[in-house]
Design a protein around this ligand. Structure first.
Ligand SMILES: [Cu+2]
Length: 154
């Protein structure tokens, strides 16, 4: 009897842990950061990774933030040897059991018309709007400019 009760408690505990550990609707947002800007900059670049632990794909529709006039999602494409950037139309897909990556050299977030210069060490908040998961608040960390970062041309 005692053994059964112990087993039952253990079972309930493990279930509780599973519920606590389960991320809400399977999306996790990591490595949200933006690059520091000079005193006057028309744009700034931001990055983040969305990890989908679920079995259904989702779509990042838009990003709202008071840090800039607007935030665009850009993809980088090789067009005849020239790397060009274009807005991602219709939202960015987060594959099932996969990830959507915005990282230097590839897809990135373009902060058009920053409200103020981005200074390393500061943070700002943004809201990611997903087709299925709804709105998620994310805090971006501003990191220093490094010299070897590719210049941003549009
Ligand atoms: Cu861009």
């Amino acid at each position: 009897m005692r053994t059964i009760r112990t087993l039952l408690v253990l079972l309930l505990l493990s279930m509780a842990c599973a519920v606590l550990a389960a991320p809400r609707d399977g999306l996790r947002i990591e490595q949200a950061w933006a690059r520091a800007t000079p005193a006057v900059a028309p744009v700034a670049a931001g990055y983040l990774v969305v990890i989908n632990d679920g079995d259904t794909p989702d779509r990042l529709l838009r990003i709202d933030s008071t840090i800039a006039q607007r935030v665009e999602m850009h993809q980088t494409r090789d067009e005849g040897g020239v790397m060009r950037m274009r807005p991602i139309e219709g939202g960015a897909v987060v594959p099932a059991r996969g990830r959507l990556v915005f990282a230097p050299g590839g897809n990135h977030l373009m902060l058009i018309g920053p409200a103020h210069p981005l200074v390393a060490g500061e943070t700002f908040e943004a809201t990611l709007v997903f087709a299925h998961a709804g709105s998620r608040k994310v805090r971006f960390e501003v990191r220093g400019m490094d010299g070897d970062a590719p210049m941003h041309m549009h």
